[in-house]
Write a protein that binds this ligand. Structure first.
Ligand SMILES: [Ca+2]
Length: 157
């Protein structure tokens, strides 16, 4: 399901039937992309994910982060063939997740037994390195410089 991430509002993604329990044997996918007006000319923006609520069936051993039963998984691109950013279950998740470019692919998968409340996450757009929790300032600076150069070449500066 396509989801647009914006710099001006949060877009919510929830597990099916949230806040009621999700179902067994589910597979849901969301392709998140940055809104068109920000995806020009060379990016410089990334997708930011915040966890509002998260409760899935836990993995077998909480000391080993492994989620063989139910999981919410994030990939850094258009599809699950892109690099894995993380896969989460139970109530364990990072505070925030950032994409590295304009796309983020999210997959929710459940097995055949034991359900739970599920999840509610929000996606939005921030400038790469422009967020207080985001540390890639040098990347942001170089991309802004690159953009400024592009505008000059187009006579828009
Ligand atoms: Ca399960």
């Amino acid at each position: 399901m396509p989801v647009i991430a914006s710099a001006s509002y949060n877009t919510t993604i929830e597990s099916p039937d949230y806040p009621l329990d999700y179902h067994n044997n589910s597979e849901c996918k969301w392709g998140v992309q940055i809104e068109d007006k920000l995806d020009f000319p060379f990016g410089g923006y990334v997708i930011k994910v915040i966890f509002n609520d998260f409760k899935l069936q836990a993995g077998q051993d909480s000391s080993v982060p492994s989620c063989p039963y139910d999981n919410l998984t994030f990939y850094d691109g258009y599809s699950e063939s892109y690099p894995l950013l993380g896969s989460y279950c139970g109530t364990v998740h990072p505070e925030v997740i950032y994409s590295n470019a304009s796309y983020l692919y999210i997959k929710f998968r459940t097995d055949s037994t034991i359900t739970s409340r599920g999840f509610r996450i929000s996606v939005s757009v921030v400038g790469a390195g422009n967020d207080s929790e985001h540390s890639r300032q040098s990347l942001y600076t170089s991309q802004v410089a690159h953009q400024a150069g592009a505008y000059e070449r187009r006579g828009l500066a």
